[in-house]
Design a protein around this ligand. Structure first.
Ligand code: BGC
Length: 565
């Protein structure tokens, strides 16, 4: 997932059966992931329903009713409307900090219960909303639920599941997330046909089902043996381990958990560890994988597909229907990715997807640029179908690459001494950039029009280059060999392993040895200097700040632009 990460997935195989409690865990994973996906998918469809707009965003509603009043690209450009979608992610970001504390100190079970309660109250507020404040507060509470669920559920799963199905459960969370998005699309399609103007309330209210499932599920299950042992409840932890494994001899696994918990307690400053030079490669990769995942533009589609299709001139029905098609492609291809991830290798999938995403978005940009003008739209039937096919092609390539791998690669790369801290940083970065995309997309669409897809193709190019140059293959690499593979054997990251001087000399040798003439030696020296000055961490921060500045400029522009409000 989205949070589809527990601890490292390798480990010794212990005696274990698939017991009912493990099955219940799967149902829990389903409801946590389903809830996250449902919240992603539901807002775009609701946003495109006229009754919803009339009630909460009359300005936007007016634009839909009077043709030609506003540019095709700007019909939905409204900060409040975007806040309805984005507020969830900023709340999730903040909640993640508290969730990592409660998950550690109060246990996974309690954290899942807290998530469920947030989800229930948020859902009630949303479904019963009488004004914008209720709507936004509801979304903020749902966001808190997402923050807690995304922290606790994957961890719970990875600790309860026997080793042999741990990896699959990791990806199951991402799969459930995509199913949640599809279910939301289908429900929007159904409720948009309800006469009486309350269809959107049903869309928002049906989130109650996975919320209740998660809450009651959290009440039924016991906490994980790892959590109990970490909190000093050794006997209880052992009893639970026996129960969930369905065997009497759990001593080897019990001893391993006790040892792991002792080692974990010795890690006094995980964040400080994470910032150590030796962990810089993993930190840089973890952060950039999240930023890039969002800058593929996937959530422009997941959040706003119905709005986008309406801009292209589709009727309300056809837009919601097309969103269902893209949602279905997302689910199907995610299933396929579960099969391929461990066979094809991470880099191959990321590189193929890079090319496919680039071309798909480029075609959409060209068609829109040629056919969809501010006040006219000549997109015929054939071109409309091509656009939907291209969007599906983009979504499918995301679903077998940056979707699952954006989470999996950082999770399997992070060293144990900084694993929890690294995961929190990854989740927070993802939530921050999800928020930025949700809050900025419709305004950027209004301002740079079809160019928004060129903006994403630019990022796809950058991230694919990043993969080529800086992401090592981690397929089939056991956790204990990860450091060796990531740092020692990588042409660039190896400098973070050897001491500073040796690292520099080695990198220089590496660069120069492949060039024969003096000229190329000099240019490699310059390149080396530039790389040294522009460390990836520094580059990360520069690009991060540039993105934020871009975003805030856009906000300022929006608030000053009379015709936009
Ligand atoms: C991403 C979400 C995205 C989803 C789409 C996840 O991996 O984190 O932001 O909406 O994939 O399937």
């Amino acid at each position: 997932m989205a949070g589809g990460f527990g601890g490292p997935t390798d480990g010794e195989e212990f005696e274990a059966k698939i017991t009912p409690i493990v099955v219940i865990s799967c149902i829990l994973a389903a409801s946590g992931g389903l809830m996250f996906g449902y919240d992603i998918g539901i807002s775009g469809g609701v946003t495109s329903m006229p009754e919803f707009l009339r009630e909460f965003f009359p300005v936007v509603y007016k634009r839909q009713q009077i043709p030609g009043l506003e540019s095709n690209y700007c019909k939905y450009d409204n900060q409040g409307l975007q806040l309805f979608t984005s507020s969830l992610y900023i709340a999730a970001l903040i909640a993640t900090f508290f969730a990592s504390y409660t998950t550690r100190v109060l246990g996974r079970k309690m954290s899942m219960f807290i998530a469920g309660i947030f989800f229930i109250i948020g859902t009630i507020l949303n479904a019963a909303a009488q004004n914008l404040i209720m709507l936004i507060v509801g979304r903020l509470l749902l966001g808190c639920g997402v923050g807690f669920a995304n922290q606790a559920v994957p961890l719970f799963l990875s600790e309860v599941a026997p080793t042999r199905i741990r990896g699959a459960l990791n990806l199951l969370f991402q799969l459930m997330c995509t199913i949640g998005i599809l279910v939301a699309n289908l429900i929007n399609y159904g409720t948009s046909r309800i006469k009486g103007g309350y269809g959107w309330r049903i869309s928002l209210g049906l989130a109650g089902i996975p919320s209740l499932l998660l809450t009651f599920g959290a009440l039924i299950v016991t906490d994980t043996p790892n959590s109990l042992i970490q909190r000093g409840k050794l006997e209880e932890g052992k009893a639970v381990l026996k129960r969930i494994r369905g065997v009497d001899n759990v001593d080897p696994e019990f001893l391993e958990i006790v040892e792991a918990s002792r080692v974990a307690k010795e890690v006094k400053h995980p964040f400080r560890n994470l910032l150590k030079r030796r962990n810089r490669p993993q930190l840089v990769i973890a952060i950039w994988m999240q930023i890039f995942q969002q800058f593929t533009g996937i959530n422009a589609i997941m959040f706003y597909a119905p709005v986008l299709f309406q801009t292209l001139g589709f009727k309300s029905d056809a837009s919601l229907y097309s969103a269902v098609i893209t949602g279905a492609v997302n689910v199907l291809v995610t299933v396929v990715s579960i099969y391929f991830v461990d066979r094809a290798g991470r880099r191959v999938l990321l590189l193929e997807a890079g090319v496919q995403m680039f071309l798909s978005q480029l075609v959409v940009a060209i068609i829109m640029g040629l056919k969809v003008k501010d006040h006219s739209n000549n997109l015929g039937h054939v071109l409309a179908i091509i656009v939907v096919v291209m969007v599906c092609s983009f979504v499918s390539s995301f679903a077998w690459s940056w979707g699952p791998l954006g989470w999996l690669i950082p999770s399997e790369m992070l060293p144990l001494e900084a694993h929890s801290a690294g995961q929190s940083v990854a989740v927070c970065t993802n939530m921050l950039f999800t928020f930025i995309i949700a809050q900025a997309f419709l305004s950027m669409f209004c301002n740079i029009k079809f160019g928004i897809f060129l903006f994403f193709t630019f990022w796809v190019f950058v991230m694919t280059t990043f993969v080529v140059v800086l992401v090592p293959e981690t397929k089939g690499v056991p956790i204990e060999e990860m450091t060796e593979r990531v740092r020692k054997q990588h042409w660039f990251w190896e400098r973070y392993f050897e001491d500073k001087l040796k690292g520099k000399l080695h990198a220089l040798n590496y660069l120069t040895s492949s060039y024969l003439d003096l000229k190329l030696r000099i240019s490699s020296l310059i390149f080396e200097r530039a790389l040294k000055k522009c460390s990836p961490a520094l580059l990360s921060w520069i690009l991060f700040y540039l993105s934020c500045i871009l975003f805030f400029f856009n906000l300022v522009y929006q608030f000053n632009c009379q015709s936009c409000l």
